[in-house]
Design a protein around this ligand. Structure first.
Ligand code: AGP
Length: 613
């Protein structure tokens, strides 16, 4: 969940590392620090709080040197504080470490190290790593070998980057399991290390992605990758196409604002190259979907967390409807603790923006163990979820930095729709006429989403009235039921207002007891097959005094008469309404949070990629 950056070259590393950390602050933001080799000595600057505090500290007390590492932290062991902030230096002052992950056997190792005479200066598990590296260096091993031995004794999943004043011309980086990525960026006479590529994209697009149990020795001249066992790895250099500018906030106040506004472009890009509107056909080449495979699939498990799981819930409806494949949405953190019934004809389909979510990767591992075909829908290029899969669909939305996911929710909705139509075609479960209509319906979506974004002022007005609410109930049905979950999640994660999403038909089985004039009901009621049922739901809420905010369709006077606020969407092919109805709900959460003066991009206690279990 933490962000890591490293630099070795001829330039001032502190500037490059802090710049990189700025692009990763969304990963973790309770403390930050850098370590630079300055005149043969490791100098550390670190502080609790946001990166701006570290920047202020470095301004007052600068460090200069051509090799450095840095970290933004999301606390696991030890409260957020300056002493627990990374980098951590060992007892000799010659070794420094930044780390992402959890040392699962930390207590045991700490006891051993204390028994050997080591002193701990923080409450973190990471300190065991630096002390172990020192322990192995003291036996005469070189830095790489000392890191290798350390990795063999620490349990858990890790991204680790180590620097030593005894080895002033190298950085050692390693990846163990799925605690987030470790990428090496290749430059000329300089090289970079990063947990996430936006940190270094402005310097290079040529990247090497470490696999689990691989280590890299990074020097100014190049990189050498070995396995944990010491065998040389012939690595592949990936040229990544992401535009570094798209990872910047530009004129927008927040990344979330920018990313919501980008949805017209991201949805256009999602369709580009995949849908041939002239012939009404769909291509998903990276999925490696043969007709033989399509025909024999007996079940799809969609596995994901949070927003990605909500997208999966909509996808289930598409897959069952178009391709007639029984589909189950399995929350990734639970998947491996059930007994999923997987046959050689089962597909496990992971959805993940970051492609590094530990639970999602663990669910993929479980699927692999049980013999499923693995697919993923993933945004981060080169991430584990992309590499582990037998086939993937790339979201093509560009980097998403705001912790609250927006464009990485709507893009997979279209990906799942395209996948279901393609499977329906290959399995013969869709008639030619149906397929053509379903494909043609996609064409209008980016424009409709754009129209909804242009109606932001209606949402702002409602947000001004609703900013002090303490609870909210989101209701939806059918294809828009997951949008109730998603709308509620957006509101709670960035505005800290308690919100529940419910299938509207369940209201009478309990939640209706909550409704009074202080609990607004957000009803998602576009013109879809459940419209009449949603209208009666709205009436029931009104009868109990609950203020109603409705997402309805242009020209719907019944909704206008019933609801206190209406977010109107243009008429949309009903199966695709979730891509549209979610837009005002994203904007509502955003505006309520900003009106409450909250930090939208970095909400408390959250991190963009959740790389711990
Ligand atoms: C989204 O707004 C959330 N911050 C969160 O639920 C997120 O969708 C979830 O953690 C999954 O992340 P992933 O898509 O990177 O796997």
């Amino acid at each position: 969940m933490c962000g890591i950056v490293g630099y070795i070259g001829e330039k001032d590393s502190s500037e490059i590392v802090i710049n990189g950390l700025r692009k990763l602050e969304y990963r973790g933001y309770d403390s930050a620090g850098i370590a630079v080799l300055q005149e043969g000595k490791i100098e550390v600057r670190r502080d609790v709080g946001k990166l701006s505090k570290l920047e202020a500290l470095v301004n007052i007390n600068p460090v200069h040197g051509t090799i450095g590492i840095g970290h933004t932290r999301w606390a696991t062991h030890g409260e957020p504080s300056a002493r627990n902030a990374h980098p951590h230096v060992g007892t000799t002052g010659e070794v420094v470490v930044v780390h992402n992950g959890i040392v699962e056997n930390f207590l045991e190792l700490k006891e051993d190290l204390i028994a050997e005479g080591a002193t701990f200066n923080s409450d973190t598990d990471t300190e065991t790593i630096v002390l172990l590296v020192e322990r192995y260096l003291a036996t005469g091993l070189n830095l790489t070998a000392a890191v290798r031995e350390t990795l063999k004794v620490i349990k858990g999943a890790h991204g680790v980057v180590v620097m030593s004043s005894r080895y002033p011309d190298q950085i050692v980086a390693a990846r163990m399991g799925n605690a987030g990525g470790v990428s090496i960026g290749l430059g000329k006479g300089e090289n970079f290390v990063a947990s996430d590529i936006p940190a270094i994209l402005e310097h290079t697009r040529n990247l090497v992605f470490l696999e689990s149990r691989q280590m890299a020795v990074v020097t100014r001249e190049g990189v050498e990758v070995t396995t944990l066992e010491g065998d040389k790895v012939e690595y592949e250099v990936h040229n990544v196409g992401w535009d570094p500018i798209s990872a910047e906030k530009g004129a927008y106040r927040h990344f979330m604002q920018k990313e919501s506004r980008e949805q017209v472009r991201s949805l256009t890009d999602t369709l580009a190259g995949r849908v041939d509107f002239d012939h009404c056909t769909i291509r998903l080449p990276q999925l490696n979907l043969t007709e033989e495979l399509a025909k024999r699939i007996d079940k799809i498990y969609i596995t994901a967390c949070g927003t990605a799981a909500h997208a999966g819930m909509v996808g289930k409806i598409y897959l069952e409807r178009f391709a007639k494949i029984p589909t189950e949405v399995a929350i990734a953190s639970e998947f491996r603790y059930h007994e999923p019934i997987v046959t050689p004809n089962t597909v496990v389909l992971a959805i993940s923006q970051s492609g590094e979510t530990a639970d999602t990767l663990a669910a993929m591992d479980e699927g692999r163990k049980r013999g499923a075909t693995l697919w993923s829908i993933v945004n981060a290029i080169g991430s584990q979820a992309m590499r582990l899969a037998d086939g993937y669909i790339s979201m093509q939305t560009g980097p998403e930095i705001g912790v609250a996911s927006t464009k990485a929710f709507t893009a997979p909705l279209l990906d799942l729709y395209m996948l279901a139509v393609l499977l329906g075609e290959k399995r013969g479960t869709l008639s030619e006429e149906e397929r053509r209509r379903l494909v043609a319906d996609l064409a209008v979506i980016p424009d409709i989403v754009g129209q909804c974004l242009d109606r932001e002022e209606d949402v702002v007005k409602a947000a001004r009235e609703l900013k002090y609410i303490r609870n909210a109930l989101y209701l939806g049905r059918g294809v828009n039921m997951p949008i109730a979950y998603e709308g509620a999640l957006k509101l709670k994660e960035i505005s800290y207002i308690h919100a529940e999403g419910y299938p509207a038909g369940e209201m009478k089985h309990g939640p209706i007891a909550l409704i009074d004039r202080d609990i607004p009901v957000l009803a998602i009621a576009p013109k879809d097959p459940w419209y009449e049922k949603m209208i009666s739901q709205i009436e029931q809420a009104r009868a109990r005094g609950g203020p109603v905010v409705a997402v309805g369709t242009d020209g719907d006077e019944r909704i206008r008469n019933l609801a206190d606020y209406v977010f109107s969407i243009p008429a949309t092919p009903w199966l695709l309404t979730p891509v549209v109805t979610v837009i005002p709900l994203q904007l509502l959460a955003y505006h309520i949070a900003t009106l409450r003066g909250l930090d939208v991009d970095q909400p408390r206690n959250l991190a963009k990629s959740v790389t711990v279990e």
